[in-house]
Each structure stands twice: as C-alpha cells, then as structure tokens.
Design a protein around this ligand. Structure first.
Ligand SMILES: NC(=O)c1ccc[n+]([C@@H]2O[C@H](COP(=O)([O-])OP(=O)(O)OC[C@H]3O[C@@H](n4cnc5c(N)ncnc54)[C@H](O)[C@@H]3O)[C@@H](O)[C@H]2O)c1
Length: 276
C-alpha cells in the first residue's frame, strides 16, 4: 500500500465534493492514518462528512487559519496523539466577494489581506506548525490553480494569492529541505466544489477546460477529482523523494496548449467548377 503507516493531516474537507475528501478517502484506502481539520461553523459539516470516511471516522481538530492560537494547539495535539507527522495536505482558500468577479481595480486592501491570509500565508503557518513533528522527514502538499504566469477572467485577487502560493512553496522548500521535508503544489484544473462554485464565471472556466484539455476534463466528473486525489497521494508518499519547490499540474494537459484545438479538413475541397 502506497501510504502504509503514514500519519497524515488533511485540511479542507467540507463536503464529499471537497478535493481534500477524495484525498482522505484514497489515503485511508492506501493504509494511512488520517486526522482532519475544520473550523467554526463549517465544523459540524466536516464532522458529518468525516463519518462517510469509514466505520471509524477520522478525528476532526479545530483549525481556523486566521486564529494564531490554533497553530500551537494543533502542534501540541498532534504531538500527544501521534508523536510525529509524515504528511500534510493544505487545501484551504477563501476570498471575500469583492475580491473576485471582475472588481480587481476596486477591491479594498482589507479584502485582499483576508484572501492572502487564508489562502496563502496559512501555508507558511501550517508548515511551521507541523515541521517540528516531521522527525522522519515529510511531505507538505498545497492545492494551486495554474496561475503563476497568467491573468484569468474574474479570478482576480485569488489569482494573485495563488501566484504567491507558488512562491511560498519555493521558499518553504528552501527552508525545510535540509530537514528532509518536501513542499510542493498540485495545480488542479477546475473541480465543481463549494469553493469553486463561489467563483463568479466558474462555468466559463469549466467549459474552456473541457474544450482545450487534450486528455479531456469534466469538472463535475469523478475522473477529475480522482486524478487529483491519486496525484496528491503519490506526492505524500515516498515515491517522489527528490521533488520539492515544484508545481505539478493535474489539468488534463490544458496548460500545454495555447488555444483550443481546431479540426481543419486535411485536404481542402477545391471550389466547385462553374456549371454551364
Ligand atoms: N475546485 C477547484 O476548481 C480548484 C482548482 C484548483 C485548486 N483548488 C484549491 O483547492 C483547495 C480546496 O478547495 P475545494 O475546491 O476543495 O473547495 P472546498 O470549499 O471544499 O474547500 C475549501 C476549504 O477551505 C476551508 N477554509 C476556508 N477558510 C478557512 C479558515 N479560515 N480556516 C481553515 N479552513 C478554512 C473551508 O472550510 C473548506 O474546507 C483550495 O485551495 C482551492 O483554491 C480548487
């Protein structure tokens, strides 16, 4: 089994559609011991969702990434329960409504700050909290969108936060590599989760992906979320021992094409001869 005896902390499970849910389900199947996190009002939804993960559902710990007191508590609790941690999935993002949807030029700093704190800075906070417990080395994986080099319609400040997330991955890889801890991002194509449906214009993105990805991409299919879950599990396993600071794309190959493919007739039909 790929993740036999691995102790994995998985954030971001909200509903069974959450990307993190697919990862938790597969990781358990592959032999991992899993603990989840959630916070505030969504906590009860996460607890209900966790029950679908098996007869002995994973425990759910409190972690609101905007509360600095939660991180040392998380370290203490994990230390008491497990003594060590082998892998972490960071699957957390949020942007206020006025930071998305074409309001880029008018978004106030307070909203940008909130989006950055939850979606980007939280990776540093979480990594710093678990790194001391990664005594056998470890793997930290975050979920990105293919965003570091391009601007997308309507994605706005979340796009900027995701670009900064890629950069955060590289700095963490620099600082945690000497401790044997790998830090990587998986850039997923669109998947119809609660967070995604909150992005205005998600449908447009979804359709664009479907027509451009050479391997095909259906944001509502199990195939897309399963592909992401499998790749995260490999990244959390011992099978990528020398990869860090990297962004691995699971997007059906969308990024490799400059525009959607066109099919022209191989032989142009000559114009019909004029009839007399
Ligand atoms: N769905 C997609 O199309 C897509 C594509 C690429 C990347 N991603 C990324 O995947 C990750 C998971 O998103 P998802 O699509 O599975 O949606 P989701 O809504 O299921 O997950 C988002 C999670 O963020 C958590 N969260 C928000 N604010 C938080 C806070 N203050 N403290 C702790 N947790 C908080 C929510 O509780 C939720 O569990 C996000 O980083 C998202 O940007 C999603």
């Amino acid at each position: 089994m790929l993740l036999k005896d691995k102790k994995l902390l998985i954030t971001g499970v909200l509903t069974p559609q959450s990307i993190a849910y697919g990862v938790a389900e597969l990781a358990i199947k592959e032999g991992a011991e899993v603990i989840l996190t959630s916070f505030g009002r969504p906590m009860s939804l996460t607890q209900r969702t966790a029950k679908k993960l098996g007869a002995t559902p994973p425990e759910v710990l409190e972690l609101d990434v905007t509360n600095p007191e939660h991180f040392p508590k998380l370290t203490e609790t994990l230390k008491a329960k497990w003594g060590r941690v082998d892998g972490v999935l960071h699957a957390i993002a949020y942007a206020p409504e006025d930071a998305l949807g074409g309001k880029f030029l008018t978004t106030p700093w307070e909203s940008v700050q909130q989006a950055f704190r939850v979606s980007t800075f939280s990776l540093k906070e979480l990594s710093a909290a678990v790194a001391p417990l990664m005594t056998n080395g470890g793997s930290i994986v975050t979920l990105d969108f293919d965003n570091s080099t391009q601007a997308w319609p309507l994605y706005d400040w979340m796009g900027v936060c995701k670009a900064a997330l890629g950069s955060t991955v590289r700095y963490l890889a620099r600082d945690l590599g000497p401790k044997g801890i790998r830090v990587n991002a998986l850039a997923a194509g669109p998947i119809a989760t609660i967070a995604a449906k909150g992005i205005p214009g998600f449908k447009h993105l979804e359709n664009k992906w479907g027509s451009q990805a050479p391997l095909g991409w259906d944001a509502r299919s199990d195939a897309a979320s399963d592909a992401v879950a499998r790749t995260v599990c490999v990244m959390l396993s011992d099978w990528m021992p020398k990869t860090t600071g990297e962004q691995i794309r699971v997007d059906g190959g969308f990024h490799a094409l400059g525009a959607e493919p066109v099919t022209l007739p191989l032989v142009e039909t000559p114009p019909a001869a004029p009839t007399t």
